[in-house]
Design a protein around this ligand. Sequence first.
Ligand code: FAD
Length: 320
Amino acid sequence: MANILVFCEAKGGKLKPVSKEMVSAAKTLGGDVHAVVFGEAADAASLGAYGASKVMQIANPELAHYSTEGYAQAAAEIIKGENPLAVIFAATARGRDLAPRTAARVGRPLLTDCVELKLDGGEVLVRRPIYAGKVLMWCKVKGGYGVLSLRPKAFLAVESGGTAQVESRTVSLDASKIRAKVTEEKIAAGAALDVSEADVVVSGGRGLKGPEGFGMIEELAKVLGAAVGASRAVVDAGWRPHSEQVGQTGKVVSPSLYFAVGISGAVQHLAGMTTSRTIVAINKDPDAPIFKVATYGIVGDAFDVVPELTREIGKLRSEG
Ligand code: FAD
């Protein structure tokens, strides 16, 4: 029987939250969900609670660190041993690197950045953005399985109470074809909460006038437990690092709550955040395009509105 094969991601010996989202999304298609975890993840068995019936932990020492060639080779080998209805990756930086390579190796179509999945007459339908996010379109893969990447936070991680059979295995690899070797890993200081994984994101734009304007954005993010995001204009100006950029040439985010502060709402920015569940825009220009996609809009000066919001949210939090 066909199953759904999900390539999970782990970091620091633990599954990344997107892994549970992917397994939950796969489960909604019905059928068996087989999860693959490269390297260490002490909590791999917990994927059973989200709908995986089997978890394969891949223990090859050559795969201890991520490499495109090693992981794509291993992923293709695993897929060949399965009978998938769909193969799922996350549309993260790693998934965007790995999914196309893997699709090319197994000779199957690739559908990236999917935000919805469903089964229709035994075939998988996916909804994904085109034209830089201006349109969401339903697509179907004909004549076999597709390789899909799912947008983080677009799917809810839902516990359904099952258990998974966990097996540790190795994959046959040609190590001579893994040409890139990781010699050292450096973790960026303060990068605890990635903008594409956070449930709440507070983003700032050129309306903040300078890098110091982000002090109040960081404070609002702190009371909300949020990640800080940025428009490209401020990243290009050197006010914020590129890792925080949201949009077409930055990261795509789908948090429960997205704040756009002093951001005009250019189409390239919208491409990275319109699937957020609730959008709050703060802008002094009532005609700013960001208000067209906002759930709530505050017309006002960010330097008045943001500190006030931080104070009020802080009070609510301390009241419990
Ligand atoms: P602006 O457009 O200058 O807007 C600033 C806003 O702040 C205005 O709406 C203004 O009314 C408001 N404002 C000013 N003062 C205040 C105040 N005191 N209080 C409240 N509001 C105030 N952009 C991205 O963001 N992400 C991308 O990935 C991206 N990729 C791109 C790719 C390409 C190929 C190209 C051509 C462009 C890309 N851009 C991207 C750039 C995009 O077109 C815009 O230039 C950029 O998003 C504008 O950033 P901004 O909204 O911060 O600045």
